[in-house]
Design a protein around this ligand. Structure first.
Ligand code: MLT
Length: 404
């Protein structure tokens, strides 16, 4: 990947629509303006003309993340994520300078064409500007990692300080999709734990210790010695185990919607009942039991498509995966002493309306960790990263920035 110089642009009133915010067409123009600015500062705006090769846009996708208004100053970071013989893919990330919020991301594929519209190879001068050829490589890499008899599915995106995401139960790595897309200044790594998502489903051998060893196998496979580790709920239990077994691999910790205490007697009985439900009625029944407690009431009303997404994620589990994970959860150790031993920067995140691991659990947990910060996310239940991605993204980028 070749990073191009960053450009700052101010949003003018005439670029905004009747509601006062920057619309899609204006956004594309703004990215184009940034590209010409980069050329003007580098090889010159006549780079294409003098090389007889014009970049024709073949595909443009823009993810809009937040409203942008007149007077906002945006920093546009651009990078060449793929360079073939006749094509170039550029990635633009627009960050509002005042609050460092990523407001939009774009991926634009160009094919170089000659005067009569035929694809034409890149000249040497252009190749110097766009960087080394990377045809076949993608900005988003999917890997299979073998660990302790399982094949783990892993997604790696971007460059920078590594941040590894561990999902909750019964979910998979797609629960981090907003953070994987938005935290573009860091290397994002997300795995499907054994038994979940696109990972394989061993018949047995599930425990939080095994999950933690799997995380280390993933870090080894992607060549990362130390990562910021971010776990939600069950993912948090895995982070505690990681801190006990492999503390040297942890640069900093994010504990999202999780708890340090083990299951109570009543909690264990509920796990046994859910195991019986899984075996008798299958994943759909488990999903229907769990779904009502996972999200804030306001999410059910205002984000029905997200409710459907979470239900579908739960239904993708298999019976052996569910049973294995429920046994691992049921038998997990008490991590309360581990809190006092954490020596790395820690952020505790909790949805204000999380009923599974409520703020009343998060507060004392944060208080027991030396120097930990606590951030409560309004209008979010147990799945704050999906329910309120902007607020969670803001809290995460502020924390990650504080590490450097
Ligand atoms: C999770 O989200 O991972 C689960 O709620 C954890 C649990 O049931 O203890």
């Amino acid at each position: 990947m070749t990073a191009l110089p960053s450009v700052e642009v101010t949003v003018y009133p005439f670029e905004c629509d009747a509601f006062g915010h920057l619309n899609e067409a204006a956004f594309l123009q703004l990215f184009e303006r940034a590209r010409w600015d980069v050329l003007a500062r580098g090889p010159g705006m006549d780079l294409f003309k003098r090389n007889n090769a014009w970049p024709a846009v073949r595909r443009a996708t823009v993810d809009y993340r937040a409203g942008v208004f007149p007077g906002d100053v945006l920093r546009i970071d651009s990078a060449v994520t793929q360079r073939g013989t006749t094509s170039v893919t550029l990635r633009h990330v627009a960050t509002r300078v005042s609050d460092r919020l990523v407001v939009a991301e774009a991926e634009i594929v160009f094919v170089l064409i000659d005067r009569v519209g035929r694809p034409t190879p890149m000249t040497e001068e252009m190749a110097r500007f766009f960087g080394p050829r990377t045809a076949g490589a993608t900005a988003r890499e999917s890997l299979r990692v073998t660990a302790g008899g399982a094949e783990l599915s892993v997604e790696v995106r971007g460059e920078g300080v590594p941040v590894l995401f561990v999902h909750g139960f019964p979910l998979d790595r797609t629960m981090w999709r907003h953070q994987l897309a938005a935290l573009t200044r860091w290397k994002r790594i997300a795995l499907d734990l054994r038994g979940a998502g696109a990972s394989s489903v061993p018949a047995d051998g599930y425990s939080v210790a095994r999950y933690a060893d799997d995380v280390v196998a993933v870090l080894d496979a992607v060549g990362v010695k130390q990562a910021v580790v971010c776990g939600l709920s069950m993912g948090g239990y895995v982070v505690f185990e990681l801190l006990r077994r492999h503390a040297e691999r942890v640069r900093a910790v994010v504990l999202a919607d999780t708890r340090s205490e083990p299951d109570s007697e009543e909690g264990r009985r509920a796990r046994d009942e859910l195991i019986a439900t899984a075996e008798r009625e299958g994943p759909d029944a488990v999903a229907e039991r769990m779904l009502p407690r996972m999200l804030a009431p306001v999410t059910f009303v205002e984000q029905p498509e997200l409710v459907g997404e979470v239900r579908a994620m739960m239904r993708r589990w298999t019976v052996p995966g569910l049973v294995g994970a429920l046994r691992a959860l049921r038998n997990r150790p008490d991590s309360t002493d581990t809190l006092r031993q954490i020596r790395v920067p820690t952020l505790v995140l909790v949805g204000e309306e999380d009923h599974i691991t409520p703020p009343a659990v998060a507060k004392p947990m944060a208080a027991a960790i030396s120097g930990a910060r606590l951030v409560t996310i309004p209008a979010a239940g147990h799945l704050a990263p999906l329910e309120q991605p902007l607020a969670v993204g803001g809290a995460l980028s502020e924390f990650l920035d504080s590490l450097s």
